[in-house]
Design a protein around this ligand. Sequence first.
Ligand SMILES: [Zn+2]
Length: 186
Amino acid sequence: MNTNDPTQLRSIQSVIDEHNLGYKIKDWQADGRVNYLTPAAAYAFAYMWKALIDAGYTRKDHLVLGNTYRTIETQNEIFDWDRYVRSGGSRTDQAKRPGTECYGTGGAAAAFPGTSNHGWGIAFDLNPAKKGTPPNPVSRWISHYGKEWGWTWAEGKNCSEIWHMKYKPDSKEWPTQPGPKPPRIK
Ligand SMILES: [Zn+2]
């Protein structure tokens, strides 16, 4: 899939509706955007989110969806090019320099444009996506139980982002966030 080709993606709501999961993802967003992921990631997300709701994680300040799929244009805007250049890179680089995986503006990490898993439609962020945000019961829950649906916090941990989850069912890394292990079921 090309990172500029959203036609290969599915909206999360279309999966929820197709599988009669009985909720509106917009009820769990900070904004009204339509969120897209790859078909497999959207399916895995829709069922995991339902499990969270069923388990009683319904606080609107905890269970809130931020970014999912991002276009490469958006990635260009949030990537910290100034910092990248200061570190020895060039604005004309076609591939990232090693060690520049987490160069976002605005206090959040962002990957080199074209390499973000948001651009591939296999990552989502919980809100608030801000440095210093402590783990909350939902981010901790996903770090413990997300593997049942193929979601891992490994990449988020590498960039010190408690909110960033990646769909990688074959991951070898399933780190868990600090704090008490939350219950699987209410
Ligand atoms: Zn992210």
